[in-house]
Design a binder for this molecule. Structure first.
Ligand SMILES: [Mg+2]
Length: 194
C-alpha cells in the first residue's frame, strides 16, 4: 500500500488566521488579496509583537477553521487505498515556546474531524521534505521537495508565483481542489475495479 503525506493548513482546512488578524486590525482583508504565506505578515511591523502576544494567549484558530470542499470525504476514500499520514508544522520561530500549544490544537482538530486517521500517523514537523511518503499533497512548494513519486500542490494565491515549468522541473503538479486530487489518486483505481 502506498503512503500519502497530507498537509493540514490550507490543504485540508483554512484556520481562522485572517479572521483574527482582521479583528485585531479592525480591517476587512480577504484571502484573495493576500499573497504572503503567513497571513499575519500583513500586520504592520511595529504592531506584530503585540499581536503575537495577544494571539498565543487568546486564540485557537482551529475553533473556526473552514474545511475545504470535499476534503474530508476524499481523504476518507483515499484511506481505503493508501496509508495516510497527516503532516503539519507547528513551530513559530518567533515564539518557539508559546507555539507548543499549536500542536495540541492541531492534534485535537485532526482527531475530531478525521476520526478514521490512525493517531499514530499524525506527524508534527517543519522538516516535511524528510518525510518518505510516496505521494505528497501540500500548498507550499518547499514542503514537496525531497522524496516522492507524486507531488500535488494545492493552488493558492501565495504559490501562484511558481510557473508550470518551474513546478514541472520539481516533479510537482498543480491541482485546483479536492475533486482533482480525487481524480489524480483514485481515478485509476476506480477504473481498475470497474
Ligand atoms: Mg499548508
Amino acid at each position: 500500500m502506498k503512503s500519502v503525506m497530507i498537509d493540514l493548513d490550507e490543504t485540508i482546512c483554512s484556520p481562522a488566521y485572517l479572521k483574527e488578524v482582521n479583528k485585531y486590525l479592525k480591517s476587512n482583508y480577504k484571502y484573495e488579496e493576500i499573497d504572503t504565506y503567513f497571513v499575519e505578515d500583513i500586520i504592520p511591523e511595529d504592531k506584530r509583537e503585540q499581536f503575537l502576544d495577544y494571539f498565543y494567549k487568546n486564540v485557537n484558530v482551529y475553533d473556526h477553521a473552514e474545511i475545504f470542499p470535499r476534503a474530508i470525504e476524499v481523504i476518507e476514500n483515499l484511506s481505503k487505498h493508501y496509508e495516510i499520514y497527516i503532516v503539519s508544522a507547528f513551530v513559530d520561530k518567533r515564539r518557539v515556546f508559546e507555539s507548543g500549544i499549536m500542536a495540541q490544537y492541531k492534534y485535537h482538530w485532526i482527531l475530531k474531524n478525521l476520526p478514521f486517521i490512525d493517531p499514530k500517523k499524525i506527524i508534527f514537523t517543519g522538516s516535511k521534505h524528510k518525510v518518505l511518503c510516496d505521494i505528497k499533497i501540500d500548498d507550499k512548494v518547499s514542503n514537496l521537495k525531497g522524496y516522492g513519486e507524486t507531488k500535488l500542490l494545492l493552488d493558492h494565491m501565495h504559490n501562484r508565483k511558481y510557473s508550470f515549468e518551474e513546478l514541472n522541473s520539481l516533479g510537482i503538479k498543480r491541482v485546483q481542489d479536492w475533486n482533482q486530487i480525487e481524480a489524480e489518486l483514485l481515478g485509476g483505481i476506480e477504473n481498475d475495479i470497474s
